[in-house]
Design a protein around this ligand. Structure first.
Ligand code: DGL
Length: 273
Protein backbone atom coordinates (compact mmCIF):
# COMPACT_ATOMS: atom_id res chain seq x y z
CA UNK A 1 0.00 0.00 0.00
CA UNK A 2 1.32 3.43 -0.94
CA UNK A 3 1.46 6.07 1.78
CA UNK A 4 0.57 9.57 0.70
CA UNK A 5 1.21 12.60 2.90
CA UNK A 6 -1.28 15.46 2.59
CA UNK A 7 -1.09 18.78 4.39
CA UNK A 8 -2.81 22.12 4.64
CA UNK A 9 -2.81 24.99 7.10
CA UNK A 10 -5.92 23.38 8.60
CA UNK A 11 -9.11 21.62 7.59
CA UNK A 12 -9.29 23.10 4.05
CA UNK A 13 -7.18 20.32 2.55
CA UNK A 14 -9.96 17.89 3.48
CA UNK A 15 -11.66 19.12 0.28
CA UNK A 16 -8.69 17.67 -1.62
CA UNK A 17 -8.48 14.57 0.59
CA UNK A 18 -12.14 13.87 -0.20
CA UNK A 19 -11.24 13.55 -3.90
CA UNK A 20 -8.06 11.58 -3.12
CA UNK A 21 -10.03 8.99 -1.14
CA UNK A 22 -12.30 8.45 -4.13
CA UNK A 23 -9.61 8.45 -6.80
CA UNK A 24 -6.98 6.41 -4.92
CA UNK A 25 -8.98 4.16 -2.64
CA UNK A 26 -6.17 1.75 -1.86
CA UNK A 27 -3.69 4.16 -0.36
CA UNK A 28 -2.85 5.10 3.20
CA UNK A 29 -3.27 8.83 3.70
CA UNK A 30 -1.55 10.74 6.48
CA UNK A 31 -3.23 14.14 6.72
CA UNK A 32 -1.60 16.97 8.66
CA UNK A 33 -3.71 20.00 9.55
CA UNK A 34 -1.25 22.71 10.57
CA UNK A 35 -4.01 24.47 12.50
CA UNK A 36 -1.59 25.61 15.20
CA UNK A 37 -0.01 27.87 12.57
CA UNK A 38 -3.09 28.81 10.50
CA UNK A 39 -3.91 30.84 8.57
CA UNK A 40 -1.02 30.63 6.10
CA UNK A 41 -2.59 33.19 3.76
CA UNK A 42 -1.59 36.16 5.88
CA UNK A 43 1.87 34.89 6.89
CA UNK A 44 5.20 35.77 5.27
CA UNK A 45 6.54 33.55 2.50
CA UNK A 46 9.43 32.46 4.74
CA UNK A 47 7.08 31.36 7.53
CA UNK A 48 5.03 29.26 5.09
CA UNK A 49 8.21 27.73 3.63
CA UNK A 50 9.45 26.84 7.14
CA UNK A 51 6.18 25.15 8.08
CA UNK A 52 5.98 23.26 4.77
CA UNK A 53 9.57 22.02 5.16
CA UNK A 54 9.00 20.93 8.75
CA UNK A 55 5.84 19.00 7.96
CA UNK A 56 7.41 17.32 4.92
CA UNK A 57 10.46 16.24 6.91
CA UNK A 58 8.19 14.90 9.66
CA UNK A 59 6.08 12.93 7.14
CA UNK A 60 9.15 11.40 5.50
CA UNK A 61 10.86 10.45 8.75
CA UNK A 62 7.85 9.13 10.61
CA UNK A 63 5.53 7.83 7.90
CA UNK A 64 7.90 7.04 5.00
CA UNK A 65 5.55 8.70 2.52
CA UNK A 66 5.73 7.73 -1.17
CA UNK A 67 4.30 11.07 -2.33
CA UNK A 68 3.23 14.41 -0.91
CA UNK A 69 0.14 16.42 -1.80
CA UNK A 70 0.37 20.07 -0.82
CA UNK A 71 -3.39 20.52 -0.36
CA UNK A 72 -3.07 24.26 0.06
CA UNK A 73 -2.91 26.91 -2.66
CA UNK A 74 -0.93 29.28 -0.45
CA UNK A 75 1.73 26.72 0.46
CA UNK A 76 1.94 25.65 -3.19
CA UNK A 77 2.36 29.26 -4.32
CA UNK A 78 5.01 30.10 -1.74
CA UNK A 79 6.79 26.87 -0.85
CA UNK A 80 6.52 24.16 -3.51
CA UNK A 81 9.74 25.15 -5.30
CA UNK A 82 11.65 25.06 -2.02
CA UNK A 83 10.10 21.64 -1.15
CA UNK A 84 11.00 20.20 -4.54
CA UNK A 85 14.57 21.39 -4.34
CA UNK A 86 15.07 19.96 -0.82
CA UNK A 87 13.25 16.68 -1.63
CA UNK A 88 14.11 15.95 -5.28
CA UNK A 89 13.38 12.21 -4.87
CA UNK A 90 9.85 12.74 -3.50
CA UNK A 91 6.92 13.14 -5.91
CA UNK A 92 5.17 16.36 -4.84
CA UNK A 93 1.78 17.47 -6.20
CA UNK A 94 0.55 20.97 -5.52
CA UNK A 95 -2.76 22.80 -5.81
CA UNK A 96 -3.18 25.88 -7.97
CA UNK A 97 -6.25 28.03 -8.60
CA UNK A 98 -8.10 26.48 -11.57
CA UNK A 99 -7.62 29.38 -13.99
CA UNK A 100 -7.20 27.18 -17.06
CA UNK A 101 -10.32 25.05 -16.50
CA UNK A 102 -12.24 28.27 -15.77
CA UNK A 103 -10.98 29.89 -19.00
CA UNK A 104 -12.20 26.82 -20.88
CA UNK A 105 -15.75 26.95 -19.49
CA UNK A 106 -16.54 30.67 -19.23
CA UNK A 107 -18.94 32.00 -21.84
CA UNK A 108 -18.85 35.66 -20.89
CA UNK A 109 -15.03 35.71 -20.55
CA UNK A 110 -15.30 37.14 -17.04
CA UNK A 111 -13.83 34.84 -14.39
CA UNK A 112 -13.70 35.67 -10.68
CA UNK A 113 -10.91 34.30 -8.47
CA UNK A 114 -11.09 34.13 -4.69
CA UNK A 115 -7.91 33.15 -2.85
CA UNK A 116 -5.78 34.11 0.12
CA UNK A 117 -3.63 37.22 0.02
CA UNK A 118 -0.53 34.98 -0.04
CA UNK A 119 -1.75 33.28 -3.21
CA UNK A 120 -3.08 36.36 -5.02
CA UNK A 121 0.11 38.36 -4.37
CA UNK A 122 2.50 35.52 -5.26
CA UNK A 123 4.71 35.49 -8.36
CA UNK A 124 3.56 31.97 -9.12
CA UNK A 125 -0.05 33.15 -9.38
CA UNK A 126 0.97 36.10 -11.61
CA UNK A 127 2.76 33.66 -13.93
CA UNK A 128 -0.22 31.28 -14.02
CA UNK A 129 -2.56 34.15 -14.82
CA UNK A 130 -0.32 35.50 -17.59
CA UNK A 131 0.13 32.01 -19.06
CA UNK A 132 -3.61 31.34 -19.06
CA UNK A 133 -4.31 34.71 -20.64
CA UNK A 134 -1.67 34.09 -23.33
CA UNK A 135 -3.04 30.63 -24.14
CA UNK A 136 -6.63 31.85 -24.53
CA UNK A 137 -7.70 33.36 -27.82
CA UNK A 138 -11.16 34.61 -26.73
CA UNK A 139 -11.39 37.77 -24.57
CA UNK A 140 -10.69 36.80 -20.97
CA UNK A 141 -10.90 38.96 -17.87
CA UNK A 142 -9.90 37.81 -14.38
CA UNK A 143 -11.24 39.64 -11.33
CA UNK A 144 -9.08 38.56 -8.39
CA UNK A 145 -9.89 39.10 -4.74
CA UNK A 146 -7.72 38.42 -1.67
CA UNK A 147 -10.07 37.13 1.03
CA UNK A 148 -8.49 38.06 4.36
CA UNK A 149 -10.14 36.20 7.22
CA UNK A 150 -12.29 33.84 5.17
CA UNK A 151 -10.19 30.66 5.53
CA UNK A 152 -9.83 31.45 9.22
CA UNK A 153 -13.62 31.80 9.69
CA UNK A 154 -14.20 28.49 7.88
CA UNK A 155 -11.44 26.89 9.95
CA UNK A 156 -13.13 28.01 13.17
CA UNK A 157 -16.57 26.95 11.96
CA UNK A 158 -17.74 30.55 12.45
CA UNK A 159 -20.73 30.58 10.12
CA UNK A 160 -21.79 34.21 10.75
CA UNK A 161 -18.35 35.56 9.79
CA UNK A 162 -18.11 33.14 6.84
CA UNK A 163 -21.45 34.40 5.53
CA UNK A 164 -20.49 38.06 6.01
CA UNK A 165 -17.10 37.65 4.29
CA UNK A 166 -18.57 35.67 1.37
CA UNK A 167 -21.02 38.51 0.76
CA UNK A 168 -18.25 41.12 1.03
CA UNK A 169 -15.83 39.38 -1.33
CA UNK A 170 -18.37 38.33 -3.97
CA UNK A 171 -19.67 41.90 -3.97
CA UNK A 172 -16.11 43.23 -4.34
CA UNK A 173 -15.55 40.96 -7.35
CA UNK A 174 -18.71 42.08 -9.06
CA UNK A 175 -18.36 45.79 -8.40
CA UNK A 176 -14.62 46.35 -8.76
CA UNK A 177 -14.32 45.02 -12.27
CA UNK A 178 -13.15 46.67 -15.48
CA UNK A 179 -15.35 44.62 -17.75
CA UNK A 180 -19.06 45.02 -18.39
CA UNK A 181 -19.50 41.30 -19.01
CA UNK A 182 -21.11 39.51 -16.08
CA UNK A 183 -18.97 37.06 -14.13
CA UNK A 184 -20.16 33.54 -14.93
CA UNK A 185 -17.33 31.47 -13.42
CA UNK A 186 -15.81 31.64 -9.95
CA UNK A 187 -12.52 29.92 -9.10
CA UNK A 188 -12.23 28.77 -5.50
CA UNK A 189 -8.48 29.37 -5.15
CA UNK A 190 -8.19 28.21 -1.55
CA UNK A 191 -8.92 24.68 -0.39
CA UNK A 192 -11.02 25.97 2.51
CA UNK A 193 -13.53 27.67 0.20
CA UNK A 194 -15.34 24.55 -1.11
CA UNK A 195 -16.69 24.33 2.44
CA UNK A 196 -18.42 27.69 1.89
CA UNK A 197 -19.90 26.70 -1.48
CA UNK A 198 -23.44 27.23 -0.28
CA UNK A 199 -22.78 30.79 0.91
CA UNK A 200 -20.71 31.70 -2.16
CA UNK A 201 -23.30 30.32 -4.58
CA UNK A 202 -26.02 32.24 -2.83
CA UNK A 203 -24.17 35.56 -3.08
CA UNK A 204 -23.08 34.92 -6.69
CA UNK A 205 -26.61 34.13 -7.74
CA UNK A 206 -27.68 31.66 -10.40
CA UNK A 207 -25.64 31.26 -13.56
CA UNK A 208 -22.20 31.33 -11.91
CA UNK A 209 -20.23 28.08 -12.00
CA UNK A 210 -17.93 27.45 -9.04
CA UNK A 211 -14.68 25.68 -9.91
CA UNK A 212 -12.48 23.81 -7.44
CA UNK A 213 -9.45 21.59 -7.86
CA UNK A 214 -9.83 18.47 -5.70
CA UNK A 215 -10.55 15.94 -8.46
CA UNK A 216 -7.84 17.03 -10.95
CA UNK A 217 -5.27 17.08 -8.14
CA UNK A 218 -6.29 13.58 -7.03
CA UNK A 219 -6.02 12.27 -10.60
CA UNK A 220 -2.63 13.89 -11.04
CA UNK A 221 -1.47 12.23 -7.80
CA UNK A 222 -2.65 8.86 -9.10
CA UNK A 223 -0.72 9.42 -12.34
CA UNK A 224 2.41 10.51 -10.50
CA UNK A 225 2.29 7.31 -8.43
CA UNK A 226 1.72 5.38 -11.65
CA UNK A 227 -1.38 3.80 -10.21
CA UNK A 228 -3.79 2.86 -12.98
CA UNK A 229 -7.52 3.31 -12.69
CA UNK A 230 -7.97 -0.45 -12.16
CA UNK A 231 -5.55 -0.41 -9.24
CA UNK A 232 -7.47 2.47 -7.75
CA UNK A 233 -10.77 0.64 -7.68
CA UNK A 234 -11.78 -1.81 -5.01
CA UNK A 235 -14.12 -4.70 -5.83
CA UNK A 236 -17.18 -2.91 -4.54
CA UNK A 237 -16.05 0.39 -6.07
CA UNK A 238 -15.79 2.08 -2.67
CA UNK A 239 -12.68 3.38 -0.98
CA UNK A 240 -10.91 1.19 1.51
CA UNK A 241 -8.22 3.75 2.16
CA UNK A 242 -6.54 3.95 5.53
CA UNK A 243 -6.50 7.38 7.09
CA UNK A 244 -4.32 8.93 9.78
CA UNK A 245 -5.31 12.41 10.93
CA UNK A 246 -2.85 14.70 12.71
CA UNK A 247 -3.21 18.28 13.88
CA UNK A 248 -0.79 20.83 15.27
CA UNK A 249 -3.87 22.56 16.72
CA UNK A 250 -6.97 20.91 18.18
CA UNK A 251 -7.22 17.26 17.03
CA UNK A 252 -10.88 17.05 18.09
CA UNK A 253 -11.73 19.91 15.71
CA UNK A 254 -10.00 18.09 12.85
CA UNK A 255 -11.82 14.81 13.62
CA UNK A 256 -15.13 16.70 13.73
CA UNK A 257 -14.42 18.41 10.39
CA UNK A 258 -13.42 15.07 8.82
CA UNK A 259 -16.62 13.53 10.11
CA UNK A 260 -18.69 16.39 8.76
CA UNK A 261 -17.08 16.67 5.34
CA UNK A 262 -15.74 13.18 4.62
CA UNK A 263 -18.25 11.15 6.56
CA UNK A 264 -15.42 9.31 8.35
CA UNK A 265 -15.32 8.28 11.99
CA UNK A 266 -11.57 8.58 12.48
CA UNK A 267 -10.01 10.07 15.57
CA UNK A 268 -7.18 12.59 15.18
CA UNK A 269 -3.95 12.86 17.13
CA UNK A 270 -1.98 15.82 18.23
CA UNK A 271 1.25 16.59 16.36
CA UNK A 272 3.84 18.61 18.21
CA UNK A 273 6.22 19.70 15.51
N1 DGL B 1 -6.30 26.32 2.54
C1 DGL B 1 -5.26 27.18 2.18
C2 DGL B 1 -5.20 27.52 0.71
O1 DGL B 1 -5.61 26.72 -0.10
C3 DGL B 1 -4.77 28.25 3.11
C4 DGL B 1 -5.73 28.97 3.95
C5 DGL B 1 -4.97 29.79 4.97
O2 DGL B 1 -4.42 29.17 5.89
O3 DGL B 1 -4.88 31.00 4.83
O4 DGL B 1 -4.72 28.55 0.33
Amino acid sequence: MKTIGVFDSGVGGLSVLRALLTEIPQAHFVYVADSGYAPYGERSAQQVIDRAQRITTYLRRNHAIDALVVACNTATALAIESLRSRHPDLPIVGVEPALKPAAAITRTGHVGVLATRGTIESERFARLRARTQADTTAPLHFSCQACDGLADAIERGDSATTEMLCERYVHALQSGTHTTEPMDTLVLGCTHYPFATEELSRWCGPGVTLVETGVPVARRTRDVLKMGKAEAETDDGRHGAALTLLSTGDPAALAAAAHRWLGTQVSASSLKD
